[in-house]
Design a protein around this ligand. Sequence first.
Ligand SMILES: *Cc1c(COP(=O)(O)O)cnc(C)c1O
Length: 334
Amino acid sequence: MNLSQFPRRRYTVGSTPIEKLERLSALYNGYAIYCKRDDLLGLAGGGNKTRKLEFLMADALLQGADTIITCGAVQSNHCRLTLAAAKKEGLECQLVLEQRVPNSYKRYASGNNFLFDLLGVEDVHVVEGGSDVAGKMAAVAEDLRAKGRKPYVIPGGGSNAIGGLGYVACAQEILQQTFKMGVNIDAIVTTSGSTGTHAGILTGIVGNNAQIPVVGIGINRKKEPQRQAVYDLCVKLSEKLNLKEAPTMDDVIVFDDYIGEGYSRVTEGMLESVKLLARTEAILLDPVYTGKTMAGMLDLINKGYFEGKKNLLFLHTGGAPALYAYLEPFFGQQ
Ligand SMILES: *Cc1c(COP(=O)(O)O)cnc(C)c1O
C-alpha cells in the first residue's frame, strides 16, 4: 500500500506515542492496555481530525481554495481543527454548526466554541438539529463563489475517501511502532462516529493483512446503520488504494450500547471513565467520544468479550477541549 501517491500536508512532528497504561492495566487482571495518543497530534488542541486534514487540506490547496467550509455539532472538535488547519495555511474558514441538542449553541460558551472565536472563524452559521447541513454548506459555498471566492467544502468529521487516508496511515504507524516495541496487539478499540477513523484504521489493518480485530464503539447511530456506513467508506478507501485485501462486512464490529440518550449526552459510564483515566494515568478523555469509548472497552473487558486477547490498544482520538463545556455534570456528580 503506497500512501505517498496522495498529496499531504504535515501538522504533527513524528508519530504520536503508544504508551502502556500501567496503572489502569493493574486494575484489569491479565490485560495490558496500551494507548495510542492521537490526542497529542498537531494543530490547536490535537485530536483525530488532524490526520484527516493532512490529506484534505493538501487537496484544498491543490484546487486553489481560499476558504474552507465545514460543519459539526456546537462543540465540534472537527470544526476547531479544520479552522486551525485553515489558519495555518493562511485560508479563511466558515462553520455550519448543527444544534443537535435544541438551543445548545451559545455565542459565549466555553470549550471548542470559545476556540472558534479565538482562532478567528470568519463566520458561523447555526442550523437546527436534523437540518440539511450539506445543503447549507453548499449554499454558503455558492454565496462565496458569487463574490469571486474559492470555497472548499469538507464533509462532517472530514470522513470521506480523502480524509480517511489519514487513518489508513495511522494503522501503518501503529503496526510499525508495535513491531519496534515488540508488542503483539490483539485488538484495537476506537470510537466509531462519522466513520473516517474506524474505516481508515480497519482498511489499513486489513490492507496490510495484519489480522487484528478493530472494535468500534458507537457514539451516535445504531449498530447496523453504523456498520453499513463504516463499510461503505472502507469500500471507497480500498478502491482508492487499489487494495487486494479489503475489509468485508464481517470485519466491521460496532457496539451501540454506550451511547446513552444520544450524541453528546452525558452517561454515567462516561463520567466514571473520564475520572478514572484522569486519576490513574493523568490522561484527559473527552465527554462525547473517548469517555464513552473507554466506558465501552472497560465494560467489554469485564464481560469477558476480550477473553484470550491480552494486549489491547485504545485509540485516544482527543477531544479534551470540550471538557471545559461540561463542568456541571462533573461537579454535580462528585
Ligand atoms: C470526531 C471525533 C471522533 C470520531 O471520529 P470519526 O472519524 O468521526 O468516527 C472521536 N473522537 C474525537 C475526540 C472526535 O473529535
